[in-house]
Write a protein of this length. Structure first.
Lengths: 565, 402
């Protein structure tokens, strides 16, 4: 049966290219790349790599930004859910999750940079009135050498992701009942949530957490905008070495890619140890049985932090929007001296081609991903083997490999592999490249809803004489419309945001809004960046709007099928 | 790696069969014939909307005139295109590459030529090439002291140009020494792009030429001279300059355009660019105040020519040559120099063109942010490309924190 093949197909489709790409990074790292005259294995690339000034600082910053970003985002998400479940803020933030998630990383980073720079929006609003600054103060804020602004930019984007993932996992834990029992024992609500829900929730979102660690240790675009510069993060250094016109640096770049793999792996290992430590300390905290202490501050922090993060992201995007229509706008004016549509008018004629190919690539890769995901999940239902949840090493767990292996470590190698297989860069190849990243996210978003779908519905349909296929098409699929559309919207957003895979696998010939935005960002014109970042942010928003609106339209008579919120 | 060889061999055979020999620019009509209907993928840095608009205009004209479609493959860094051709070569793709034309010069050209990644010689046989009068303008056949040998066709000219807000500074520093004194008096108001950025590296070379008395050494490969001795004055200079720079020299903008942003935000009071018309263009785009003025350092500044080259495995060499030739036509060059379009200076020897062609270049506009026409007379030639790499390495050794 074709369904049976789905898991195997998925794993080959994802694991094959990554292993091949990694192999083509490891061979040059040890001196083997015949096209450049490297015919023998040697350790020279590594010696050259370790002689690079500032290398260990780069490594330390990559490692730290991975761990700090993840820790802070996770704490904010857990505290928020503990403090705000059921409140009006909770309702609000749940509505904001999708738009927040749809803002591309680069756009959010540009927004934040303009917000917090010494000549940025915040300084402009309070100058010269409160500060007396007639010209921007000479302060090192954006691109600080410790990577703090980089971490801030990443945290803003990772919070909505982890929140969405926990919102998807929560219902199967029946949190209200757990909290109700704890409260009947005298626990205050926030403490109760943290003590009885958080410990069971964490194993379910562990995989997304690991994905965040891997992403934050190896991110390129955000690090280019907000990260330190002398030296930059490891991933940015690797990219410059790969792109260096001195072609002999390719060997060192490959060694760097392998080192990046090691850095990400150490970050994951460190986190794993931290998990053990926190579990031990947390058990003591729970066993002590404190019911009240800390409730008030925890509640405040839980609500305050997420509000602050969401606000920062939106104000940042707002300031980009303002820039995109700004005339001359000099420090310390809080608003531009004039407004103009010139930047938009100039961009509009150039929009159609990239927008079309973005839409085609995103739609195609998402559709393929959804079909494969549904096939694998349906197969799981029929064979009755749901895999252990949250475990990395189950067979289908390999699905998440693209989220854990840094892009920069295998993409350059993958290009060489694809070339030698004779595939020429075109839309198809780019779609395939996007599928590597879209599929895991779609799977991640859909699997929980699918697996916890009440089996009695299907059983009822079967007893009424419907075939298994009919049950799938006429009962399961319609009832899962809302989560299915959300998963598709996530898939679209992931595809739209991809830069490196598009650029490398498409040889630059396939231009999407993201590649256009990055290319124009090189020119540093903030007004042009504002235009393209908004376009880039709007496209996924269309997806999310459909995902939320469509079920309401189709199921206007059936409240229970409209999905959250 | 046997598996790769196995996979490639039959493909290479298959691919090489239907292809015929590369077009010969000596028979120009045949080239035009072959070019008809081709699509030329032109990889060019796309950080400037003006450049992009110009390339789109070239596409329109090429479609009307020669039935050739030009697709601008937008790059954020030209070296990415070098990387791509290399990846294709290493995978054995010798006939069907993805790049037909690259906007290139300097170290990228040196790297590609050294690795045999370029098609040619073709440039000197393009019909319009004669209009550059290379015998009088050697810079159009020299790229960072390397003879181009016909492997790239000249396209435009760049020269380091300083600019400032005249409302804030009346008399900006006129040479490298005065710049240090000015920076000391105005701490935090000047900087240069972070090495290895192109514009930033050029600043190092400019300072080195001004400060060292071993100028001839700079025009030969760096191995032939005592690098430490020649560059010692430069490092002394930078050591005393850095504490007075923007952010105390602990941080540098990533590129020339980012430096322009800092000017726009009022963080800097003095900056420089490689494109002499950039300040005027930025005023028109509301980025810089109308009081912006440009000037060139006394004794001249570094200038160079930028080119277009064709990769060895381009499948549309004829189309690419027709585009390169059109770019050299008086019509295209004049259009490019027009500030309303882009403002990039021509490589043609305008004084030697016929009157009709000369009239195209007659620029009537008096833009106060533009340089006076004679300001660019003093152009210092670029040192040998090996100096750029050596300076970049040495700079990183000194100023990247461990």
């Amino acid at each position: 049966m074709i369904l049976r093949l789905a898991p195997a197909l998925i794993v080959t489709l994802l694991v094959g290219p990554i292993l091949a790409g990694l192999a083509m990074a490891i061979l040059p790292a040890f001196g083997y790349l015949p096209a450049l005259g490297g015919n023998a294995f040697s350790l020279a690339p590594w010696r050259q790599l370790f002689a690079q000034p500032g290398l260990w600082r780069s490594v330390a910053i990559s490692l730290a930004s991975g761990l700090v970003t993840t820790a802070v985002s996770l704490v904010v998400v857990l505290l928020f859910q503990a403090a705000a479940t059921g409140s009006r803020l909770d309702h609000w933030i749940r509505r904001l999750v999708s738009p927040l998630l749809s803002i591309p990383h680069a756009a959010a980073a540009f927004g934040l940079a303009f917000l917090i720079a010494p000549s940025g929006l915040m300084a402009r609003l309070v100058s010269p009135g409160l500060t007396g600054w007639e010209r921007p103060p000479d302060l090192l804020i954006v691109q600080d050498p410790w990577g703090l602004s980089l971490m801030a930019g990443l945290i803003i984007k990772e919070i909505p992701f982890l929140l969405l993932m926990s919102l998807a996992a929560l219902p199967q834990l029946d949190p209200q009942r757990r909290v109700a029992i704890a409260r009947s024992l005298g626990y205050r609500p926030t403490i109760a949530w943290l003590k009885v829900v958080a410990p069971v929730l964490y194993p379910l979102i562990r995989l997304p957490v690991y994905a965040v660690i891997a992403y934050a240790t190896s991110v390129v675009d955000v690090a280019l905008i907000l990260g330190p510069t002398l030296p930059p993060t490891l991933s940015v250094s690797i990219l410059t070495w790969f792109n260096d016109p001195d072609l002999s640096r390719r060997f060192m770049a490959s060694a760097g890619a392998v080192l990046q793999l090691g850095v990400t792996a150490s970050a994951l290992a460190t986190w794993w140890c931290l998990e053990r430590l926190v579990a031990r300390l947390g058990r003591g905290w729970i066993n002590r049985g404190g019911r009240q202490s800390g409730e008030q501050p925890l509640r405040l922090v839980g609500k305050g932090l997420i509000l602050f993060a969401a606000l920062t992201a939106f104000v940042g995007i707002g300031s980009l929007a303002l820039n995109s229509v700004a005339g001359f706008w000099r420090f310390p004016d809080a608003l531009p001296q004039g407004f103009t549509a010139a930047h938009w008018l100039r961009a509009v004629p150039a929009l159609s081609r990239p927008v079309t190919s973005t839409a085609i690539i995103a739609a195609a890769s998402t559709l393929i991903a959804v079909v494969l995901t549904l096939a694998a999940l349906e197969n799981e239902q029929r064979t009755g083997h749901p895999p252990a949840q949250g475990r990395l090493l189950s067979a289908l767990g390999l699905l998440y490999l693209p989220l854990i292996v840094p892009q920069i470590a295998f993409l350059f190698g993958l290009v060489v592999v694809m070339e030698s297989l004779g595939t020429r860069p075109q839309h198809g190849l780019v779609i395939f490249g996007h599928l590597l990243f879209v599929l895991p996210y779609v799977f991640l978003s859909l699997s929980e809803a699918y697996r916890r779908f009440d089996p009695r519905w299907s059983r009822l349909a079967l007893t009424l004489g419907a075939s298994r296929n009919a049950t799938f098409w006429r009962v399961r699929l319609p009832m899962l419309t809302a989560p299915l559309l959300t998963a598709m919207a996530v898939g679209l957003a992931v595809s739209i945001g991809q830069y490196l895979p598009t650029q490398l696998l498409g040889a630059g010939r396939v231009s999407t809004v993201t590649t256009e935005a990055v290319a124009l960002a090189a020119g540093g014109n903030r007004r042009v960046i504002g235009v393209w970042a908004l376009v880039q942010a709007c496209l996924p928003l269309v997806g999310f709007t459909i995902a939320i609106g469509l079920p309401r339209l189709i199921w206007s008579q059936r409240r229970g099928m409209r999905g959250v919120p | 790696m046997p598996s790769r060889t196995l996979a490639t061999a039959p493909l290479a055979l298959l691919l090489s069969m239907p292809l015929h020999a590369a077009p010969d620019p000596a028979d120009w009509d045949a080239v035009l014939d072959e070019a008809r209907g081709q699509t030329v993928y032109w990889n060019a840095w796309a950080g400037d909307t003006r450049t992009n608009r110009y390339i789109e205009w070239v596409n329109q004209r090429m479609q009307d005139e020669h039935d050739v479609t030009v697709v601008h493959v937008k790059l954020d860094d030209t070296s990415a295109a070098v990387s791509r051709v290399l990846a294709e070569k290493s995978a054995g793709n010798r006939e069907d590459g993805s790049i037909d034309l690259i906007w290139i010069n300097g170290e990228n050209f040196a790297a590609m030529k050294a690795a045999d990644l370029l098609f040619g010689p073709f440039a000197e046989r393009l019909p319009n090439f004669a209009l550059t009068y290379p015998e009088h303008n050697p810079e159009v056949v020299t790229d960072f002291t390397l003879p181009t040998e016909g492997f790239e066709a000249p396209w435009g000219k760049a020269q380091i140009t300083f600019y400032h807000d005249s409302a804030e500074i009346e008399s900006p520093p006129r040479d490298i020494e005065a710049l240090l004194a000015w920076a000391e008096a105005n701490p935090g108001r000047f900087t240069y792009p972070r090495i290895p950025d192109f514009t930033g590296s050029t600043f190092l070379k400019q300072a080195l030429i001004a400060l060292s008395d071993a100028d001839e050494a700079l025009y030969a490969p760096v191995e032939e001279s005592d690098f430490a001795a020649v560059t010692a004055p430069l490092w002394d200079y930078l050591d005393s300059l850095h504490p007075h720079l923007w952010r105390g020299g602990r941080q540098f903008p990533a590129s020339g355009p980012e430096m322009r942003n800092l000017m726009s935000d009022g963080e800097l009071a003095l900056a420089f660019t490689f494109n002499p018309s950039e300040p005027a263009a930025a005023v028109a785009d509301f980025e810089l105040p109308a009081t912006t003025r440009s000037y060139v350092l006394d004794g001249g500044t570094l200038g160079n020519v930028h080119f277009v080259a064709i990769p060895f495995n381009s499948p549309h060499k004829a189309g690419a040559m027709v585009v390169a030739d059109f770019l050299l036509s008086p019509e295209a060059q004049a259009r490019k120099q027009d500030l309303a379009m882009w403002g990039d200076r021509t490589v043609l020897d305008v004084a030697r063109l016929d009157e009709q062609a000369q009239a195209l270049f007659a620029l009537d506009e008096e833009n106060p942010a533009m340089l006076p026409a004679d300001a660019l007379a003093q152009t210092l030639p670029e040192p040998h490309p090996s100096w750029m790499t050596a300076l970049q390495e040495a700079w990183r050794e000194r100023y990247v924190r461990n």
